[in-house]
Design a protein around this ligand. Structure first.
Ligand code: A3P
Length: 281
């Protein structure tokens, strides 16, 4: 485990030099050797960036109908669901993972599947990840936000947000042959129809504007929150994956001083980056 600034433990594990939640190490390692199908879609994100939301949009677009069939194995989360179970799922699969690019299935480089990459502003990710870490039992954590924040900057489970987004920026710039769609949580929130249309074009499915409207409503925060009541995802009556669903909740958690401190770290760490994030809408 690692400790926050007040000495409270968070249970994580080191697998081959990187920090992860305490999923089975062999499953985490297995991600890089997953055998991909030609029509798999790979959904990549740093945790708490809108994975479930973008997964659902992709699923419905591929599906062509607004059904509530929940994929039998949850979110086809490759970091925790073994390959044998992923293989039971019909095509087209959407496989999501938070591992870094170099640990994606090696088939990514040869089969060049469609990759959807979603990112979110780091302040909202920090707040969301803090709550997630407290609610997810496997972290065994009950610390305060002020003590968690410095840890987030250095990296907890899945390492540092900064390393994750900087790496993807380089990968996208240097690998034109890969088929990657970049989404942001904030853009999805700001103009869901525009973004759903982008995903649809990228996935190469022919769907009409009415269907996009349907997806927008079907995937709106409260609708999705009401729909997914998987036992594993509920703690103390709250759904772990559907908390607030807003852009800018960080303002309720960061003090002015923390915000200035965070901005300074951001400036320093992201000097070479062209990425721009929206912190409010
Ligand atoms: P908050 O904790 O800020 O509410 P992930 O799916 O990557 O784990 O991300 C979880 C975050 O996305 C949570 O953020 C969650 O509430 C938010 N979220 C999930 N579904 C959403 C939706 N349909 N619309 C907007 N936000 C959503």
């Amino acid at each position: 485990y690692i400790q926050d600034a007040a000495g409270k433990n968070i249970t994580v594990q080191d697998v081959d030099g990187r920090l992860y939640p305490s999923f089975k190490p062999e499953v985490i390692r297995g991600v890089s050797s997953l055998k991909l199908r030609d029509d798999d879609v790979i959904l990549c994100s740093f945790p708490k960036s809108g994975t479930h939301w973008s997964f659902e949009i992709c699923r419905l677009l591929l599906n062509g109908r607004l059904d509530i069939d929940i994929i039998p194995k949850g979110y086809l989360f490759a970091d925790a669901v073994p390959e044998s179970e992923l293989n039971e799922v019909n095509s087209p699969r959407i496989i999501n993972t938070h591992v870094r690019f170099d640990r994606l299935p090696s088939d990514v480089k040869t089969k060049k599947p469609k990759i959807v990459y979603i990112r979110r502003n780091p302040k909202d990710v920090a707040v969301s990840f803090y709550h997630h870490t407290r609610k997810m039992e496997h972290y065994h954590y009950d610390g305060k936000f002020k003590d968690y924040l410095p840890l987030f900057i250095g990296g907890v489970a899945y390492g540092s947000w900064f390393d994750y987004v900087l790496e993807w920026e380089t990968i996208i710039a240097n690998n034109q042959e890969l088929s990657i769609l970049e989404l942001t949580y904030e853009d999805l929130k700001e103009d869901p129809i525009r973004e759903i249309r982008r995903v649809s074009d990228f996935l190469g499915v022919q769907r009409n504007e009415d269907f996009f409207e349907g997806i927008k409503d079907f995937c709106n925060f409260s609708t999705m929150k009401g729909r997914f009541k998987d036992k594993m995802e509920i703690k103390d009556g709250h759904n772990i994956f559907y908390r607030k669903g807003e852009v800018g909740d960080w303002k309720n958690w960061f003090t002015v001083a923390q915000n200035e401190w965070f901005d300074r770290i951001y400036e320093k760490t992201m000097t070479d980056s062209k990425l721009k994030f929206k912190y409010t809408l």
